[in-house]
Design a protein around this ligand. Structure first.
Ligand code: AP5
Length: 215
């Protein structure tokens, strides 16, 4: 099964993707996590992406498409993948469709986690992430067992630079302008599965599985 998790920044895509990829046995591919790993490794792609990410803008489509196509082509993705944060523009979605069609593959479902901007801001200002294994926590809604330490790998947690309120506002602006048109794009393809992101992590998880049998 090949699935996309769509939704605004802070909707809970990463949180849900970690759980869903385990239960459904899919390869979790987060474009944001891959870009942050490229930055840590100081690759050319990481350096090119840095300025866009820090300002809350989208990284250019050509860079993202070639990066994600490479990961979707990995052997571990052959049994199914769960895309988180990609595609994010109509051009990326079209590029993905073309690439999958060439390999006789296709997307089976696009789960759109719906949430309002005020909730997004609250979630992102309280988020802590693990720079080592990319697990995410929230100081109020899903705190780590020991303050400031990742439950999964024991590394110190940190805040993301792009969770500053001014950058969050910019990310939301780009979401509404460039990413939201994908809702209509995938509705037209007949594979959109809208889900409310307002409940607890467990409630949203169950809602996604109900909307998308097989996950
Ligand atoms: P990326 O890392 O993809 O950021 P994002 O899409 O903005 O998503 P987030 O990671 O901020 O949020 P999320 O939906 O995963 O929420 P999370 O589960 O963490 O991208 C970063 C940047 O990279 C972009 O701005 C862009 O520059 C670039 N980029 C990436 N992909 C690109 C692309 N395709 N094209 C161009 N540029 C690209 O949850 C958030 C918080 O809420 C956490 O603290 C969590 O614990 C908490 N939480 C989650 N669910 C719940 C719940 N149900 N109730 C209460 N709290 C919850």
């Amino acid at each position: 099964m090949n699935v996309v998790l769509l939704g605004p920044p802070g909707a809970g895509k990463g949180t849900q993707a970690v759980r869903l990829s385990k239960t459904a046995g899919l390869l979790h591919l987060s474009s944001g996590d891959i870009l942050r790993a490229e930055r840590r490794a100081e690759t050319e792609l990481g350096r090119k992406a840095q300025e866009y990410m820090d300002s809350g803008a989208l990284v250019p489509d050509d860079l993202i498409l070639s990066m994600m196509v490479q990961h979707i082509g990995r052997e571990e993705a052959k049994n199914g993948f769960l895309l988180d944060g990609f595609p994010r523009t109509v051009a990326q979605a079209q590029g993905l469709d073309v690439r999958l069609a060439k390999e006789n593959r296709k997307l089976d479902a696009v789960v759109c986690i719906e949430i309002d901007d005020a909730t997004v801001s609250k979630r992102l200002t309280g988020r802590w992430s693990c720079p080592n294994c990319a697990r995410v926590f929230h100081e109020e809604f899903s705190p780590p067992k020991a303050a400031g330490v990742c439950d999964a790998c024991g590394q110190p947690l940190s805040r993301r630079n792009d969770d500053e309120p001014a950058v969050v506002a910019e990310r939301l602006r780009h979401y509404h302008e460039l990413t939201k048109p994908l809702v209509a794009y995938y509705r037209d393809e007949g594979i959109l599965r809208p889900v409310s992101g307002r409940g607890s992590v467990d409630e949203v998880f169950e809602a996604i599985r109900k909307a998308c049998p097989g996950l």
